[in-house]
Design a protein around this ligand. Structure first.
Ligand code: ADP
Ligand code: MG
Length: 240
């Protein structure tokens, strides 16, 4: 299996004196794989996602996504690379409040130079698939949390990225909605979408992924990773 994510000895320091936010982290995620990242608050989970998304750069070590080493890219190239290869979903949705649902979803394709016609057709398809087609002309403020997160998922999928990064995607919605979001993530992964999911929720991790990586104080806990290795897809199914 080819890796969609590969980290080698990645260290991230936000300041020179304090402890490293990430300390010599190694990680490989295969194409079509779904992996959960779990760990206490402040352990470095969001830092890890930001480095993989190329939103920030490591102090040392290398990050490779979909075969491209991010360290070699300029900021402009990195932005273009991210648009094509990475879909991001955040706890608080990060939608643009001044734009309608449709325009939020169209944004990545329009920035990427896709024709309006093609982008519209893709957006309609995704909004329909996610069950929010009738809200296309609404503004995010008029939607529920679950609906907003579905808009964010549609936006993340717009450019058909090989990798979806989700940072606590059910952290700000109620349990039933969280379950719906969970089902969507599972379905997307079954259809071949690689997923790296940060969550505090063990049930969500087990339901959505086949492997859990634990981070403590910026280090990947190797022992815990092995212990989680016995979660078979069947066991994951049973845990739902
Ligand atoms: P998590 O997502 O697991 O809660 P983070 O990756 O957000 O953890 O943070 C890891 C560590 O790095 C924490 O000690 C946090 O305070 C620090 N940190 C995160 N982002 C920044 C930043 N932009 N500037 C300085 N320190 C940061
Ligand atoms: Mg975080």
């Amino acid at each position: 299996m080819t890796d969609v994510i590969r980290l080698d000895a990645v260290t991230k320091r936000y300041d020179e004196t304090g402890p490293a936010a990430l300390d010599q982290v190694g990680l490989a995620v295969g194409e079509r794989e779904a992996v959960a990242v779990m760990g206490p608050s402040g352990s470095g989970k969001s830092t890890l996602l930001n480095l993989i998304a190329g939103l920030d750069r490591p102090t040392s070590g290398s990050v490779t996504v979909a075969g491209t080493s991010l360290g070699g890219l300029s900021e402009t190239a990195l932005a273009r690379f991210r648009r094509r290869n990475i879909g991001m979903i955040f706890q608080f949705f990060n939608l643009l409040d001044d734009l309608t649902v449709l325009d939020n979803v169209l944004m990545p394709a329009r920035l990427g130079g896709t024709s309006l016609r093609e982008a519209r057709s893709r957006a309609d398809e995704l909004l329909g698939y996610l069950g929010i087609g009738r809200h296309a002309d609404a503004y995010p403020a008029h939607l529920s949390g679950g609906q907003r997160q579905r808009v964010a998922i549609a936006r993340a999928l717009m450019n058909r990225p090989p990798l979806l990064l989700a940072d606590e995607p059910t952290g700000a919605v109620d349990t039933a909605t969280g379950r719906h979001i969970t089902d969507l993530l599972i379905e997307l992964n079954r259809d071949g979408q690689a997923l790296l999911l940060v969550t505090h929720d063990t049930r969500l991790a087990r339901a959505c992924t086949s492997r859990i990586v634990r981070i403590v104080d910026g280090r990947v806990d190797e022992a815990a990773r092995e212990a989680a290795g016995d979660i078979s897809p069947d066991a994951a199914e049973a845990a739902r």
